[in-house]
Design a protein around this ligand. Structure first.
Ligand code: NAD
Length: 419
């Protein structure tokens, strides 16, 4: 059984391709990667020395529009991981119907081990290496694990310097002062909330539901906060360093404000939360209504899928569930709302940011959130119409993959092949 994220992504693609009876040529095309750019580059450190770093950018498929995807700073970045995440971006953009292809990038670095000056040097040098393959009409980076609006600002400035004028459309997820969109920072977590609200609409909505969230960064932190504000009770919560349980509910709004101001979740808990500290795996096996894995990939595997007690999983992270775990969840009747639908709120508002940038328009947060809800709800119902909950022999992941593959193949067919 595949356990690496690239093996998982290809296995999921092949299963879906079998089910939609995709011909061999398109199967080969869509298992391939248009561009794989791999660079090693020097960065000056604060003490005047320099160190070599490794960076990757991959374009999977651009039939439906310019390549779009985040840049991740993490020690675990590999070419295979970036390829898998680029492929997921192709499917994700197709599921929500935004006119982009799939890309991803990363640098092998622990951002917490460097000063702001070193991170700026690294970002600017990596951006310079990327100049030939990125651009507002060909490949538009965004934040991902370990990167943030400040990193996007440095990318925009470096790219603009290379061209001699300001080009805000080169990245999304920028600070508001540089043409970022209202609502972009919260978009992925808010998209999770909107999809869950659609899913639970017929069963009384989110109010009173218990939730466990793994990951307390941009996706998990915002999701936990917004789900709490929508009436759910966050009983379990964990990040890389601490895992918490409070049967009365953890105040995710207060905790997220604290961590965003530079504090740690563990310190917040000691000072304000007073939740019980638990083992990290208990966040995933918690007896709750909804489990939100929102940290990183391949955390739900064949080894622990049998321990999951939540009847519903909504994937905040990219690729948190291996195919082996997926099969166990299907067998156990656990519904999984897949990443390419559930966490597509980020790329959807990135699309709004890109559109606003091209039109020199600024939408209000209410306009952004209303459009986000419309798109997430439409995508949710399009997926569900292919595989109703409890439907025999299909999962929401398969249905989302079918929809995505059909849309990408339709674009490829309409464009034809050149020359
Ligand atoms: P982030 O760096 O802001 O936060 C990651 C969080 O996960 C941190 O709290 C970290 O401590 C925690 N974490 C990391 N490894 C962990 C582990 N093994 N166990 C428990 N906690 C762990 O990153 P993010 O932007 O929130 O991204 C999280 C995931 O969501 C990634 O898979 C990313 O690709 C995906 N994603 C992000 C966006 C976005 O807009 N930022 C959009 C779609 C998908």
């Amino acid at each position: 059984m595949p356990e690496s994220i690239l093996e998982s992504a290809l296995a999921q693609f092949n299963t879906a391709a079998d089910q939609v009876r995709l011909d061999d040529q398109h199967r080969e095309y869509l298992s391939s990667f248009k561009t794989t750019f791999h660079t090693q580059f020097p960065v000056e450190m604060d003490d005047g020395s320099f160190r070599m770093f490794e960076g990757v950018r991959v374009h999977h498929n651009v039939a439906r529009g310019p390549a779009k995807g985040g840049i991740r700073y993490d020690l675990g970045v590999t070419v295979d991981e970036v390829k898998a995440l680029a492929m997921l971006m192709t499917w994700k953009c197709a599921v929500v119907g935004v006119p982009f292809g799939g890309a991803k990038g990363g640098v092998v670095v622990d951002p917490r081990a460097h000063s702001a000056a070193e991170l700026q040097n690294l970002t600017r040098r990596f951006t310079s290496e990327l100049v030939p393959i990125i651009g507002p009409e060909k490949d538009i980076p965004a934040p991902d694990m370990g990167t943030n609006p400040q990193v996007m600002a440095w990318i925009m400035d470096t790219y603009s310097m290379a061209h001699g004028y300001t080009i805000p459309g080169i990245v999304t997820g920028k600070p508001l002062a540089l043409g970022g969109s209202e609502g972009r920072f919260e978009a992925t977590g808010r998209g999770i909330q909107y999809v869950l609200e659609e899913h639970l609409r017929a069963e009384g909505g989110l109010a009173g539901r218990t939730v466990s969230v793994q990951g307390f960064g941009n996706v998990g932190g915002v999701a936990a906060k917004l789900l709490q504000q929508a009436g759910a009770k966050v009983t379990h919560l964990g990040d890389r360093y601490v895992s918490l349980h409070h049967p009365g509910g953890i105040d995710a709004t207060s905790a997220f404000a604290y961590t965003q101001a530079g504090g740690t979740l563990a310190d917040w808990n000691r000072e304000f939360g007073h939740a019980e500290e638990i083992a990290p795996e208990e966040v995933l096996s918690a007896e709750v209504d909804v489990l939100v894995p929102a940290a990183t990939e391949s955390v739900l595997t064949g080894a622990n899928a049998g321990d999951v007690r939540a009847p519903l999983i909504i994937e905040g992270a990219n690729g948190p569930t291996t195919p082996e775990a997926d099969a166990i969840f299907q067998q156990r009747g656990i519904t999984v709302i897949p990443d390419i639908l559930a966490n597509a709120g980020g790329v959807t508002v990135s699309y709004f940011e890109w559109v606003q940038g091209r039109q020199f328009m600024h939408w209000t947060e209410e306009e952004v959130n209303a459009q986000l809800r419309r798109i997430m709800a439409k995508a949710y119902h399009e997926v569900m119409s292919r595989c109703p909950v409890g439907g025999e022999g299909c999962t929401q992941r398969q249905a989302a993959n079918w929809l995505a593959i059909e849309r990408v193949v339709e674009a490829l067919t309409l464009r034809g092949f050149f020359p």
